[in-house]
Design a protein around this ligand. Structure first.
Ligand code: PEP
Ligand code: MG
Length: 752
């Protein structure tokens, strides 16, 4: 076979097929037949990518007809999956012994030895895979490769135009087209970049090991880690006890401890493979054996094994938390995930992250807060996004409107360039205000502080013109560290924060761990309901070593300065007595060791637990200041999980009940002359901030990016008129307070 005639012949035949009448499927069937005929191969198949990234056998000449539309390969699975995932040509004389080979008995392909697979791609996006196979063991020639690649280009062209393939692929083919997904903004901003899928299946790229002994050691360590993690999972309180889940889990765990599995993995490595390739090889050969047993039990076991193998691959790749290797991220990464916790987001290289899109999440969730702290545009509630994107897709995240533009057209891109310019103009306006104090038109000064959690955030202090740091979330330092930060390290970190703050005050919040904030290195009991569980000061008082170390570090870091410390999740006033006693003890120790003391120490309580609202007098006597953690307070007042958008957006914090509670708080603080602040997300939204000022708040703490918009609102606000309005609205049980505030703002010429 010479390439020119073969290529020309195929092209002519393909063009004929396209000019004949027929539906997409018929054309595909004809195409594979022609390719097999001209290239003299026994098999020619086309696999097309589905929404979930799997590859479905769409047409085949040579394989069992029953396998067409029945066989699906998971993303990255087998040689075909590898070809699609890595966007490479695979040319294997003896495919079945290749470690990545995935045996599918239903295809009847075991008699074919050689395999050539090329990606069907358009504009860099892989739409499917074109495969030829022969019985003879042979390496396909360069000409064969060229013919197949060119044919794949032709197929891609017609796939996109919709002229081939069945109706079922219409959406999938749409993956190469632009799409818009509407979600909810979690962290304001606009980002243009390229998609990285969180927790993609690990694709094994290195097959042969250089050092077998080293590889065996890696394998052993990974298996041990896998078993330990499963034992821990199994030991989970709420998983213990009898029940179906128990049997399932036990079977799963038995698999992980199975000596035969371990032996086969070891043998594969001893045969020269890398540990990763061994996992794939054993996974595939076991699948081949299991699938011959055609019953549901074995299919389930197969699923277990697949999951176990994926876990082991993640451990081997060092992705225990499934984070991507920083170095492999594009510099303008848009991270796409079904769900994500704050620690997982922190696993990614911040410098390369531009945007985040998740399918769940709400504005008060910690991942949203971390995204804001990092200045990453983030959108939640983007239903179906994971299915509709592919790695590397160009994407625009508009976290102002909540829109995610997948593979945008050039018009959309240029519109966004304008939008970004407009935003930049607005930012310039905010920057111009940075040294202007936030004073209402009737002379009320409102202190605007910023929330922070990382040393890098401290640069925003100057840029935003914040009056200080009203909430420094110390747990972020702990979440970033891979081990528990020791005393000296904590002193160093807090000292750096104090130094960066200069003469502006910082309120350090003691560790708030628990809820959706998990420290991997700290053994925390798994709880049914962690947000209301053993978190924050509860853990601090029960296990005081951690809290004492932190207080000691803060006392030393603030020597010569004023130290403001606040305590999260106080539930009853007397907890503040215990905290004070602990602080006094530490002050003594620090002094005894000869360190210079802070100029003054102020200890405050966060009001996050509704019960405290009925103990305000007692609380005010025991604290130097109080700060409302409205994210938690509202979650508990409404009994609506702040991380669950379905209920989180159901209730409005601008309702009479919570606003009355806040008003009572203002009065209690005034009576006892205790400074009062609010540092939840509502402080940073101009409409809510307006309501808070109307209620009497004069100290708000928010994300740095919110200071400009809130200050702009304040500079146009008449606080007395707003107070009158709010009073009336609360009294008359108004249903739509938000709407009334917007109307008021408009009539007063306030930009919100
Ligand atoms: C809050 O609950 O409002 C708060 C500021 O704390 P966090 O969001 O860290 O729980
Ligand atoms: Mg809180």
């Amino acid at each position: 076979m010479t390439s020119e005639p073969a290529l020309r012949l195929i092209m002519r035949r393909l063009r004929e097929i396209m000019s004949e009448p027929g539906d997409g499927q018929t054309r595909l069937d004809k195409i594979v037949k022609q390719i097999a005929g001209v290239m003299v191969t026994e098999v020619c198949s086309i696999y097309l990518k589905r929404q979930d990234g799997s590859l479905e056998l769409f047409a085949s000449e040579g394989l069992n007809p029953g396998a067409v539309h029945a066989v699906r390969m998971k993303r990255g699975e087998g040689l075909v999956g590898r070809c699609a995932e890595l966007n490479v040509t695979v040319n294997e004389p003896e495919a079945s012994t290749h470690p990545a080979f995935s045996y599918r008995p239903e295809t009847g392909e075991e008699i074919y030895h050689s395999l050539l697979a090329v990606p069907v791609q358009r504009s860099g996006q892989v739409l499917g895979v074109l495969v030829v196979q022969n019985r003879a063991q042979k390496e396909y020639s360069d000409e064969d490769v060229e013919v197949l690649q060119t044919t794949a280009m032709f197929v891609a062209e017609h796939l996109v135009s919709g002229a081939v393939a069945g109706a079922g692929t219409a959406v999938e083919i749409g993956k190469s087209l632009s799409a818009l997904i509407q979600g909810e903004p979690l962290s304001e901003g606009i980002a243009l970049g390229h998609v990285v899928l969180h927790e993609p299946r690990i694709v094994v790229t290195k097959l042969m090991a250089e050092d077998t002994a080293e590889e065996l050691a890696r394998l052993d360590a990974a298996i041990a880690a896998l078993r330990a993690s499963l034992d821990e999972m199994f030991g989970h309180e709420h998983l213990a006890g009898a029940g179906e889940h128990h049997d399932v889990l036990e079977a799963y765990r038995m698999f992980a401890h199975d000596k035969g599995w371990e032996r086969r993995l070891r043998e594969a490595v001893e045969g020269g493979l890398t540990a990763e390739a061994a996992v794939e090889r054993v996974q595939n050969s076991t699948r081949a054996r299991m699938l011959r047993q055609n019953d549901a039990y074995w299919r389930e076991r197969q699923r277990d094994l697949d999951d176990l193998s994926d876990r082991l691959l993640r451990i081997l790749a060092g992705r225990v938390t499934s984070a991507d290797e920083p170095s492999t991220l594009p510099p303008d990464t848009i991270l796409v995930a079904r769900t994500m916790g704050p620690a997982e987001l922190l696993d990614y290289d911040r410098k390369r992250l531009r945007g985040l899109v998740i399918e769940d999440g709400s504005a008060q969730s910690h991942v949203a807060i971390v995204a804001k702290a990092l200045g990453i545009a983030a959108i939640g509630q983007a239903g179906g996004v994971v299915e509709r994107v592919g790695a590397g897709d160009a994407t625009i995240v508009d976290a102002i409107t909540g829109e995610v533009h997948l593979r945008p057209s050039s018009d959309v891109i240029s519109a966004y360039s304008d939008k970004v310019r407009f935003l930049a103009r607005r930012q310039r306006h905010y920057r111009a205000l940075k040294d202007v104090p936030a004073v209402t038109t009737d002379g009320e000064r409102v202190e605007l502080h910023m929330n922070a959690g990382l040393l890098v955030d401290m640069s925003h202090l100057k840029e935003s013109g914040a009056d200080g740091v009203g909430l420094f979330r110390t747990e972020l330092l702990f979440m970033l560290s891979s081990t528990l930060p020791k005393l000296e390290r904590q002193v160093e970190s807090y000292r750096a924060v104090v130094a960066r703050a200069g003469d502006k005050p910082v309120i350090f919040r003691t560790l708030d761990i628990g809820g959706d904030k998990v420290l991997h290195y700290l053994r925390q009991p798994k709880e049914e309901n962690p947000a209301m569980g053993w978190r924050a000061i509860r853990m601090g008082l029960d296990r005081p070593a951690l809290l004492r170390t932190q207080i000691r570090a803060l006392l030393r870091a603030a020597s010569g300065h004023e130290l403001r410390v606040m305590i999260p999740m106080v539930s009853v006033a007397y907890e503040m007595d215990e905290v004070r006693a602990l602080v006094e003890k530490e002050r003594g120790i620090v002094a005894a060791k000869g360190y210079e003391a802070p100029a003054r120490v102020a200890i405050g309580a966060m009001i996050e637990v509704p019960c405290l609202l009925y103990e305000l007098d007692a609380l005010m006597k025991k604290t130097d200041f109080v700060s409302v953690g409205s994210n938690d307070l509202m979650q508990f007042m409404f009994a609506a999980d702040r991380t669950n958008a379905r209920v989180g957006s159901r209730y409005d914090v601008r309702s009479p009940a919570p606003l009355r509670a806040l008003k009572a708080l203002v009065k209690a603080a005034e009576k006892r002359k205790v400074p009062l602040t609010l540092c939840g997300e509502m402080a940073g939204r101009p409409i809510e901030a307006l309501a808070l000022i109307a209620l009497g708040f004069r100290f708000l703490s928010m994300a740095p990016a919110s200071i400009g918009p809130v200050k702009t609102m304040i500079l146009a606000l008449n606080a007395a008129r707003a107070a009158k309005l709010l009073d009336e609205l609360i009294k008359k049980d108004a249903r739509n307070i938000r709407g009334e505030i917007v109307t008021f703002a408009k009539s007063e010429g306030i930009e919100i």
